[in-house]
Design a protein around this ligand. Structure first.
Ligand SMILES: [Zn+2]
Length: 200
């Protein structure tokens, strides 16, 4: 099930990333019409980015310094223009829901390995929790458990058990409590609930 959940979450991430980027394109288009100078700066910055990569590959450090200076000047000019238009300085960056992974759900760590971003981990937990029928814990928990709902009469013919349903459910509750209390013990065996289809 967790693979299924992850795949559908990743599809959601793809969609929201795309939405944020399309939204930025729309904002840019509108803004460039009113402030054409901004488009000029953006085009120059793009060209400089290509030149910077080329210079890095050619180990051309003196040109790199010159380029960095020009880039800084252009960025300053861009920030000034945005300020004059009373727009926030991040107006020309996509509004990702998670600025850390830019809505990709993944990050590369210091060892160049890809790892899941906390936002995706949290979403996975939330979705798994929701699907586990455990969202009603405030009402349904050990404290509100009522063994009196179970008969205290032994009915061998019906249950093939020589203890009453109440005694049986109290034993089960006790086993569950022990399981919870010992949850961090790696040697503790799992609990398995079985029954006819539809029971839970
Ligand atoms: Zn994230």
């Amino acid at each position: 099930m967790s693979n299924e959940i992850l795949n559908s979450l990743l599809k959601e991430y793809e969609q929201k990333k795309l939405r944020a980027e399309l939204d930025l394109e729309k904002r840019k288009e509108e803004l460039y019409q009113s402030i054409p100078q901004l488009q000029k700066i953006e085009d120059e910055l793009n060209q400089f980015a290509i030149l910077t990569t080329k210079n890095i590959l050619l180990y051309n450090n003196s040109s790199l310094e010159d380029l960095n200076q020009k880039v800084e000047n252009l960025k300053r000019e861009k920030a000034n223009l945005l300020q004059k238009a009373k727009l926030p300085c991040n107006y020309l960056v996509p509004n990702y829901e998670c600025s850390i992974c830019k809505d990709t759900g993944y990050l590369s760590n210091n060892h160049y390995k890809t790892e899941m971003c906390n936002c995706l981990k949290q979403k996975l937990l939330d979705t798994s929790f929701h699907k586990s029928n455990m969202t009603n814990l405030e009402k349904e928990n050990f404290n509100t458990f009522n063994e009196n709902l179970f008969s205290d009469e032994i009915d061998l013919a019906k249950y093939h058990f020589n203890i009453s349903p109440r005694k049986n459910i109290t034993n089960i509750k006790q086993k569950c409590l022990e399981f919870v209390e010992d949850f961090d013990n790696p040697n503790r065996k799992n609990l398995l609930f079985t029954g006819n289809t539809g029971l839970r």
